[in-house]
Ligand binder design. Structure first.
Ligand code: AMP
Ligand code: MN
Ligand code: MN
Ligand code: MN
Length: 318
């Protein structure tokens, strides 16, 4: 019924509107709906190489994500939790059980100059010494950073942050969204968005970058373990276009092989700029939703725009 209406809409409005109609309908229905539309539409690639589970700051467990990946009939799937490999054994076990084509994944935090940069690692050997070293170093960096953030929030007048932090002993990684959730749940701030805007977002008191390794080290953790290093969401860094060009040149020189381009919500002029950079630097393209939870109603797991024809898909290298 709904599908029929969509076809009718698209016939009236023309194919260029089909995408938009699908997105609007998907959002107003339940979150599983996206999978059906995505499978029916050539406007999406059935690939998702960037998303988060409860092992970091995602709301869904690995089995729940894997079930969605299966329902969307994804050709390639990876769960890329922040700075931890703790969820990968469960991801591999689930992917075998559900027959989902899964590759190992992670999103490492790094610094480049004064910028916090995220690098996605894909299809690496998670038992390689470089991966173990990376996981250990990032876990320790996150622990130190969490204590600094707790201290700073306490100085801002928030109560109970250090006690709450002392109780957080689960495996996986703890990040700023967890601090934001604590402040909301303890009635000290009205929303997570507000917590980021005032205290945790870029340049605010809780944005502690001091512990992250440099870009080259992070890329080398991935490449030494036989994986592909991907520049995550290059459109989201607040920097000038010439800085972004320098970032991607440094990334490629360090051994970075791809950048995310099949990502929902890149403005057209930025996309064109990024495609030109990818061509110049000889970078392949990767695709992923960066799905965290269903409140991000503008995106869905496995629903990513296709890569431009001129860009080699990173999964050709798996
Ligand atoms: P961390 O990994 O601890 O540095 O925290 C960064 C994470 O916080 C990102 O991966 C997002 O999931 C989340 N985040 C970043 N900025 C915001 C924001 N303005 N509002 C809500 N969540 C955010
Ligand atoms: Mn996140
Ligand atoms: Mn990121
Ligand atoms: Mn992410």
């Amino acid at each position: 019924m709904i599908g029929g209406k969509l076809k009718l809409f698209s016939r009236i409005l023309g194919p260029q509107f089909y995408d938009r109609v699908l997105i609007i309908s998907g959002d107003s229905l339940n979150s599983e709906a996206g999978a059906v539309y995505q499978a029916a539409s050539p406007r999406y690639d059935a690939v998702d190489l960037h998303c988060h589970s409860t092992w970091s700051d995602g709301a869904l467990s690995v089995p729940a994500l894997m079930a969605r990946a299966q329902a969307s009939d994804l050709r390639y799937f990876s769960i890329t939790d922040h700075d931890t490999l703790d969820g990968q054994p469960e991801a591999f076990a689930e992917s075998e059980a559900l027959d989902v084509p899964y590759v190992s994944g992670v999103e490492w935090s790094a610094v480049w100059g004064s910028y916090l940069i995220h690098v996605v690692g894909l299809n690496f050997d998670r038992s390689h010494p470089a991966s173990l070293e990376a996981a250990e170093q990032q876990a320790s960096a996150r622990k130190k950073r969490a204590r600094r953030i707790a201290h700073k929030l306490t100085r801002e007048g928030f109560k109970g942050v250090e006690d709450w932090l002392a109780e957080q002993t689960s495996p996986g990684s703890l990040g700023r969204p967890h601090f934001a959730d604590f402040l909301v749940r303890s009635g000290q701030i009205k929303s997570s968005a507000h917590a980021f805007k005032r205290y945790l977002g870029a340049g605010k008191v809780g944005d502690v970058k001091a512990h992250w390794p440099d870009l080259d080290s992070v890329v080398s953790w991935i490449t030494r373990a036989g994986g592909v290093a991907v520049m995550a969401h290059p459109h989201r860094y607040r920097m000038t276009w010439s800085k972004r060009r320098a970032l991607l040149a440094d990334f490629a020189a360090a051994g970075g092989e791809a950048m995310e381009l099949g990502v929902p919500g890149i403005p057209p002029n930025m996309r064109q700029h990024l495609v030109t950079l990818a061509e110049t630097e000889g970078l392949a393209g990767s695709s992923g939703s960066d799905f965290h939870h269903d409140d991000q109603h503008w995106l869905a797991l496995g629903r990513v725009p296709p890569l431009p024809q001129s860009i080699e898909p990173v999964w050709n290298r798996f």
